[in-house]
Design a protein around this ligand. Structure first.
Ligand code: ZN
Length: 72
């Protein structure tokens, strides 16, 4: 794997809109394989799939606008 970026969910620079739990994201790092997945926009309650390993995640966005992914 060549995706050896440090994993954290601090996506401030990539967020389309910083608005707490209403925040939308334009990409995510897969918790399972750590791949970065570009996305055309997702937010709290959406389901997303990693294009690399195929895992599906349900999106949670905290009140602080932090992204959390739970295995669907
Ligand atoms: Zn993955």
């Amino acid at each position: 794997m060549q995706y050896d970026q440090n994993y954290d969910d601090e996506d401030e620079s990539k967020a389309m809109d910083a608005a707490g739990s209403g925040r939308r994201f334009s990409d995510f790092d897969c918790p399972d394989c750590n791949a970065n997945n570009p996305h055309d926009g997702f937010g709290d309650g959406d389901e997303i799939r990693c294009y690399y390993c195929g895992m599906e995640y349900r999106v949670e966005v905290t009140e602080e606008g932090r992204l959390k992914l739970r295995e669907a």
